[in-house]
Design a binder for this molecule. Sequence first.
Ligand code: HAM
Length: 415
Amino acid sequence: MNPIQPLPGFRDFLPNDCAVRNYIFQRWREVARRYGFVEWDGPVLEPTALYTKKSGAEIVGQLFNFTDKGDREVAMRPELTPTLARVVAAHDREFKKPLKWFSIPQCFRYEKQQRGRLREHFQFNADIIGEESLGADVESIALCVDLLRAFGFAASDFVVRVSDREFWIDFLRVQNVPEEKWQEVLQIIDKSEREPREKTAARLGPLAEPAFKILDGEGGSPKLDQVLAALKVRGLADFVEVDLGIVRGLAYYSGVVFEAFDRGGKLRALAGGGRYDNLIQQLSDGAVSLPAIGFAMGDVVLGELIGEIPAAKEKLQTAIAAQQNLDIYVVIAQEDRRADALANVQALRDQGHRVDYPLTPAKVGKQFQTAEQLGARVALLFGDEWPEVKVKDLRTGEQTLVAHQEVAAKVATLL
Ligand code: HAM
């Protein structure tokens, strides 16, 4: 009989993976709150129509969808933005604008599994709803930069490339490209960096020459100059650059768009987003119209980059050790002291210390070994010395005998 394997592209989170995941989520939450964003969430399963309506062909091709037992067409969320648009339209009157909302959904896309791309991933989303001024775009990009900085990355490790869909829409208008062709052309430009020029040229046809001129840096955008100037004032200029080659794969973007990449150019995008001023109106069939901008950062590529940048890796390891290490390990040297030891364990845990002990009898040497493996700062030895307890500082090796009623006070001086 073959043991059942996990599905391709789905991860098991062993304790260390969970520690990494928690670390990533904590940094995301911390920085989002620093920027005044509040957390929200939506359902994992949505009506398939929510995505087929406006996300674009790429996402629709990647949907994990099925018919449920009530004959409904449903899909696991591939992204959060359509849910956000639905929720905001439904609760429009309850909240003062602009909204600054963040969320950490698990998303599902039936993609070909490859480096940096799985069939499930966690995605930090931050969106500003109800603000059309460029200040919101700048705030969104600054948050993206600061999130990455919080992991210990420097300007030499990553860059946020900023572009403008409107710039390309204007270009398509000038070139007399019919509107129904726009998405297709934008997709070709989006993919152009990952494709040989000849292939892109063949697909663009007569648009190739003028489009390449733009991709090669000809033609500026006053709007993007303004965005960059505002980021410069914040001291973030080194982390961003204008790159009109970014147009984003999703169909609903309408203005400024951006993506974050590792500087080495080895990995897939760390984050991506942009302005989507029409989506809420389109998904609510015109009932509510609100401008919006936001982005999402995935945990998969981020985890890969942390592994590659020593400063970020060290930061992660220090944080995990601090999270996981025990404060106190209780060594039970004499089994007839187990009840006294457990009374102390309980009292110390009540005080908020992280305390562990052997569930079954074990050799004293072995117990001390466990104490070190678990990163305990202090060991308490319950044995022949009772009613005194031996307190050992596991960093210095220093030992003292204290009356059992004094253990908590002594331990407090060592932690
Ligand atoms: P997206 O570019 O499709 O944008 O995804 C954002 C990020 O999620 C990517 O940069 C990548 O890090 C991660 N990601 C996406 N797909 C996968 C995958 N299959 N495996 C691992 N990681 C992945 C959106 O989803 C937009 N809804 C973002 C947004 C929010 N726009 C406005 N607000």
